[in-house]
Design a protein around this ligand. Structure first.
Ligand SMILES: CCC1=C(C)/C(=C/C2=NC(=C\c3[nH]c(/C=C4\NC(=O)[C@H](C)[C@H]4CC)c(C)c3CCC(=O)O)/C(CCC(=O)O)=C2C)NC1=O
Length: 169
């Protein structure tokens, strides 16, 4: 599992180089955005249950067939599994935010996910939509908490969605 710093060290060490201007700029941007990333994580931690609940009900309002007979989130067990998955995505997004790197998502979340979803008939498109809804909620909350640069919040959510949709091709 790598963060922005260990990832950079790894890349430069492979070729035995000192950090150059580009590396320094990356380090600077990582440390400068540190406070915002930690604040965002704090907001996520404090509101995780509410974020998942709200995102779930928005998703099921938009796509009610998911929770009707024949839908993948129909029955209490599968409904809970769906919300639990959303909770996983949110928690790992918060780790990736702190790390400033998406490596944790590759290693802990995305690996083998498509195969699992396909074998269980879990639909990818509404999963992506659910992640997108959570991203919107988190950004709004973080903005309310006084963080101006909410763009950095996009990265882990967009990354998961990009990977999920690419893998679905
Ligand atoms: C931390 C990394 C990690 C992830 C990501 C993960 C996902 C994950 N989701 C699963 C199931 C599931 N996932 C869903 C999710 C949904 N169904 C829908 O219609 C919605 C679109 C969506 C919610 C947004 C459902 C309903 C199941 C149960 C499917 C079944 O058992 O039939 C399963 C199968 C085993 C189980 O039920 O626990 C896994 C492994 N597990 C992990 O350890």
């Amino acid at each position: 599992m790598r963060d922005a710093v260990t990832n950079l060290i790894r890349n430069y060490d492979i070729t035995g180089r000192y950090f150059d201007r580009d590396a320094i700029e990356r380090l600077q941007s990582y440390f400068e955005s540190g406070t915002a990333r930690i604040k965002a994580t704090e907001v996520i931690n404090a509101n995780a249950a509410a974020i998942v609940k709200q995102a779930g009900s928005t998703l099921f309002d938009e796509e009610p067939e998911l929770i009707r007979p024949g839908g993948n989130a129909y029955t209490t067990r599968r409904y809970s599994a769906c919300l639990r998955d959303m909770d996983y995505y949110l928690r790992y997004a918060s780790y990736a935010l702190v790390a400033g790197d998406t490596n944790v998502l590759d290693e802990r979340v995305l690996q083998g996910l498509r195969e699992t979803y396909n074998s269980l008939g879990v639909p990818i498109a509404p999963t992506i939509r659910g992640i997108e809804i959570m991203k919107g909620i988190v950004k709004e909350m973080v903005k309310e908490a006084g963080v101006e640069n909410t763009a950095l919040i996009d990265s882990p959510f967009d990354y998961m969605n990009r990977e999920l949709s690419e893998q679905d091709v």
